[in-house]
Design a protein around this ligand. Structure first.
Ligand code: GLN
Length: 239
């Protein structure tokens, strides 16, 4: 068994420990004897056809700008993967750009891939702090957010979770992130996966099930005491 993880723009899109998400996926594979290969995609690279998991992190407006042209080129291929059910996790800056567009505080419009029917417009202040959400299937999810963008989900799109503490998509409707097929978009940095191992395992399990064309994969249980401890410490922090 081997999983290929596509890591989008690790140089440009990597805020508040986002890279740790890739490490978490690789480690939880290795601990179970599953091989994991990471393919780092930078502007100009060609994406292989046999990708099992897609991950992309957050970035400053200027870095989102830097990857805009390349993202437009690879957008249709990424859309095919997501539509086919490839497990995908995109955080903050790339969550925004998996949507239709992000309008920055300078009034500049950065085009997204349109994979997710949502759009983002910068507000007057940044939404910063620790965040806890309640997510169907995963329960309590904890992380850290720092964004100017206010995101509105298009009709029919389901949020990833409901905000318990923090701001989420826009600080108003209590929605956080998006869930579309096997793609999760979220504002939660932190990084999110090491302290929310259920989400890591969802990505791994879904990838293995798609590869083996069954829904009968049972992941070996791991000792998650350290992860669960990190989760509770993060949850108990004030916003
Ligand atoms: N630049 C975007 C914003 O400020 C995304 C920031 C991020 O990825 N943390 O909304």
């Amino acid at each position: 068994m081997k999983l290929k993880i596509l890591h989008l723009y690790p140089k440009e899109m990597n805020l508040y420990g986002d890279h740790g998400n890739v490490l978490a996926i690789v480690k939880r594979c290795e601990w179970r004897g599953i091989k994991a290969e990471v393919i780092e995609h930078e502007p100009g690279d060609i994406i292989p056809n046999d990708i099992d998991i897609i991950f992309g992190g957050g970035g400053q407006d200027s870095n989102q700008n830097r990857i805009e042209d390349d993202l437009r080129k690879i957008g249709p291929k990424l859309k095919e993967f997501v539509e086919a059910g490839t497990p995908t996790l995109v955080i903050c800056g790339l969550y925004q750009l998996f949507g239709n567009y992000f309008e920055t505080g300078d009034g500049q419009r950065i085009e997204g891939t349109g994979i997710l029917n949502l759009h983002t417009v910068a507000g007057n202040s940044r939404l910063i702090g620790n965040i806890v959400i309640d997510a169907p299937k995963f329960g309590e999810v904890v992380g850290y957010e720092n964004h100017s963008g206010l995101t509105q989900l298009g009709e029919g799109l389901e949020a990833f979770g409901t905000v318990q503490k923090g701001f989420g998509n826009n600080g108003k409707d209590h929605a956080e992130g998006v869930r579309y097929k096997n793609c999760i978009g979220t504002y939660l940095h932190g990084p999110i996966l090491p302290k929310n191992p259920k989400i890591t395992d969802f990505l791994i399990q879904t990838a293995l099930e798609r590869q083996s064309k069954t829904d009968k994969i049972k992941l070996q249980k791991l000792d998650d005491r350290i992860e669960n401890n990190a989760h509770s410490v993060a949850t108990s922090r004030p916003q």
